[in-house]
Design a protein around this ligand. Structure first.
Ligand code: CA
Length: 232
C-alpha cells in the first residue's frame, strides 16, 4: 500500500508540481491550500508525512505544526520555507518539525529528504516497540517475549507485567501501580493477585526461583526489574 503524503501549500503552482512528483514516486498525495483544511485532514486521519508551507493564509505553518504535536500526532513534518526565513527555520524545528527545505527547492532534493525522514521514523517506531534487558527481550508489536534464543510463552497478563517492569527498569513498581497499569478498571483484583502473576512470570524467566535475579521483591512495596543483570 502506498504511503499518503499531505501537502499544505497555498501556491497552486508548487502544490501541483509536488503532487505530480510525489505521485510519480508512488505516494498517495493529498493537497490542502490552507492551514485549517490541512489540519482537519490530519486530525481525520494522520498521513505518513506532512509537507507544510510556513506562510499560509488563515493559520500559518507554525500554528499547524504546534497543533499537530499538541494533539500527540507523531506524523513527520517537512517544513517549506522561503530562503530569507532563517529564524523561521529554527522555530520550525523547535516546534517539532523533522526537517525543512528552503524555497526555491529542487524536487529531487525534497524527495530525497522525504525518503530519509520516512526511513528515520520507521526505525524510531521499531525501536520504540522493542524492550530489552538482555537476555530478556520483548517485542511489543508482535507481542512476543524471549530470553536469549528461547521464546517465552507468557500469558497476556504476564506480558503486560513484564512490559511495565522493563519500561520502568530499575524503578520500584508498587502493587497499586501494577493494578492500575495491568488490570486497569478490574476492581476485583487484589495485591495477592499481583503476587500470584509475578510468581508465575518468575517461573518462566528466573534461573533460580529461590534467588530471583530478574524480578526483585521490594519488601512491603512491590517489585523492581534488576537494572544490573549480568550480561546486559
Ligand atoms: Ca506560502
Amino acid at each position: 500500500m502506498s504511503q499518503r503524503i499531505l501537502v499544505i501549500e497555498d501556491e497552486p503552482g508548487i502544490r501541483l508540481a509536488l503532487k505530480d512528483e510525489l505521485e510519480f514516486e508512488s505516494f498517495d498525495v493529498e493537497l490542502a491550500a490552507d492551514g485549517p483544511t490541512g489540519l482537519a485532514s490530519i486530525l481525520r486521519s494522520p498521513p505518513a508525512l506532512i509537507i507544510l508551507d510556513l506562510m499560509l493564509p488563515g493559520q500559518n505553518g507554525f500554528q499547524v505544526c504546534q497543533e499537530v504535536r499538541a494533539r500527540g500526532i507523531r506524523a513527520p513534518i517537512i517544513v517549506l520555507t522561503a530562503r530569507t526565513q532563517e529564524a523561521d527555520k529554527v522555530r520550525g524545528l523547535g516546534l517539532g518539525a523533522d526537517d525543512y527545505v528552503t524555497k526555491p527547492f529542487s524536487l529531487a532534493e525534497l524527495v530525497a529528504r522525504i525518503h530519509a525522514v520516512l526511513r528515520r521514523t520507521a526505525k524510531d517506531d521499531e525501536d520504540r516497540d522493542l524492550l530489552e534487558a538482555p537476555p530478556i527481550k520483548l517485542d511489543l508489536r508482535r507481542h512476543c517475549a524471549s530470553k536469549g534464543d528461547i521464546e517465552l510463552h507468557l500469558t497476556a497478563t504476564e506480558f503486560r507485567i513484564l512490559t511495565l517492569l522493563l519500561k520502568r527498569r530499575g524503578e520500584v513498581i508498587t502493587r497499586d501501580d501494577f493494578l492500575a497499569h495491568v488490570w486497569g478498571e478490574h476492581v476485583s483484583v487484589t495485591h495477592r493477585t499481583v503476587d500470584t502473576h509475578v510468581a508465575a512470570l518468575r517461573k518462566k524467566i528466573e534461573d533460580d526461583l529461590d534467588h530471583p535475579t530478574y524480578i526483585l521483591s521490594v519488601r512491603n512495596v512491590g517489585y523492581r526489574f534488576n537494572e544490573n543483570i549480568a550480561g546486559s
